[in-house]
Design a binder for this molecule. Sequence first.
Ligand code: AMP
Length: 214
Amino acid sequence: MKIILSGPPGSGKGTQADLLVTKYNFIHFSTGDVFREEIAKKTPIGITVESYVKDGRLVPDEITLEITKNFLIKNKNQNIIFDGFPRTLPQAQGLDKILLELNDCIDYIIFIDLPDNEIVERLTARRTCPNCGAIYNLNFSPPKIPDICDNCGTRLIQRPDDTEEIIRKRLLVYRNQTLELKTYYENSDRMYVIDGSLGRDRVHQEIIKILGLA
Ligand code: AMP
């Protein structure tokens, strides 16, 4: 099964993907996570994409599609959750083309919606573990010991692009470049929209209902 989790930054895509990976047999493919890893390792791709990620701009489609194609070739026939990809029309069309070549297709596209004021509130309180990728929110789901990851004991960080100024930029990018994907997918009977303000557990329940896993 192949699922796209889409929606504005901070809508809970990563958290929902993690829940599905923990409970069911999915591989989580987050282009944001891939870029952050490449940046941390200072690879040629990391050096190229660093300024885009830091400024909240989208990495060029060719680079994003290339890492996706390599990932899909390596993980043929796996259950995959795409988180934060595709983010542009050319990426969505490129993904369809790659999957067609691999004799595969997207089964479900799920948009998690959230109003802007809630996004800013959530993202400025978000902390992540640089080691295991766990995601916390200081207001709703804080770590047991302040600033320390419950899973692996690593000190939590605030993502450099989770400042209010960059969040506002990312929201603009979402409205201008990603939202049109709703129109691209809306004609298929595979697209669903969920209200992200329902909170983590209810959104998870909605997703597993859609996927027929409830
Ligand atoms: P995320 O972790 O999904 O919030 O992504 C963090 C940043 O990585 C974004 O603001 C972009 O700079 C970059 N990025 C992640 N996914 C994509 C994508 N599909 N296309 C272009 N840039 C991306």
